[in-house]
Ligand binder design. Structure first.
Ligand SMILES: N[C@@H](CCC(=O)N[C@@H](CS)C(=O)NCC(=O)O)C(=O)O
Length: 254
């Protein structure tokens, strides 16, 4: 059994989609990131960067102690290796896939995350809305550029890393399908190849199951005060605060 330390967000969906695609059994361990679960001593032992997703595989290949992993890219590579699926064995083909996996981790994920932050969350945080303008321009601009990179690639091949569905698609789709919501639905007219791929991947039963995993977790109605407290936890992290949370959690034995 694999424990998935998880909250229903694009980075979380990457892992549940992969587990569904591979047909591996898993158990969701909720990490309420707005409530501060990512600072519990137990979670920080698995994921020292206080971010989910993370996994603990109680039956790693070859036996031995349970294997804990954080960072969705490493998790997908591990599950691909464990299941022998979605990552070719042959060197050239394998690295064709891995370059796109690393591309997503270093580019699309962080840029879309920051674009979303400035466009959608920033207005509740910044004292003056004009503080947001440069952030929006920079990160929405990067998302636009990266969408063009994917569109060009998908004009030449069915999937991101060639003509086979792979972990490059599994890791990229949970962000890419949100482009319309982040920018506006007209964005798809500019990137028709990307749209074709987003729609095709969305049809996969495992993608639908992984995307719906733990959906109920994020659905609680919140008061304005609760929303504010969650924003404070998520968007006001410094080394000092993280260290204090670590120490408090360790003292409480959490
Ligand atoms: N590079 C990491 C990013 C993970 C990440 O940013 N997770 C967010 C939710 S999508 C999180 O756990 N946030 C908690 C926090 O900001 O404290 C990965 O791909 O695993």
């Amino acid at each position: 059994m694999i424990d998935v330390h998880y909250w229903p967000t694009p980075n979380g969906w990457k892992v549940t989609i992969m587990l569904e695609e591979c047909g591996l059994d898993y158990n969701i361990v909720p990490v309420d990131i707005g409530g501060g679960d990512q600072f519990s001593a137990r979670f920080l032992q698995i994921s020292p960067n206080n971010r989910m997703p993370a996994i603990v595989d109680h039956e790693p290949p070859g036996g031995g102690a349970p294997l804990a992993l954080f960072e969705s890219g490493a998790i997908l590579e591990y599950l691909a290796e464990k299941s022998g699926q979605f990552l070719p064995a042959q060197t050239a083909e394998k690295y064709k896939v891995l370059q796109w996996v690393h591309w997503q981790m270093a580019n699309l994920g962080p840029m879309m995350g920051n674009a979303n932050h400035f466009k959608n969350y920033g207005k509740n945080i910044a004292d003056d809305p004009s503080q947001l303008e440069y952030g929006i321009k920079r990160f929405v601009g990067e998302v636009d550029r990266l969408s063009g990179v994917m569109d060009a690639q998908l004009s030449a091949s069915q999937y991101l890393a060639g003509n086979s569905y792979s972990i490059a698609d599994i890791i990229t789709w949970p962000w890419a399908f949100l482009l319309g919501r982040l920018i506006d639905e007209e964005v798809w007219e500019t990137f028709p190849n990307l749209k074709r791929w987003v729609d095709e991947v969305a049809e996969r039963p495992a993608v639908q199951a992984g995307r719906n995993a733990g959906a109920e977790l994020g659905k609680k109605e919140l008061t304005e005060a609760e929303e504010k407290a969650r924003r404070e936890i998520l968007f006001n992290q410094t080394n000092e605060k993280v260290r204090a949370a670590r120490e408090a959690a360790a003292k409480a034995g959490a």
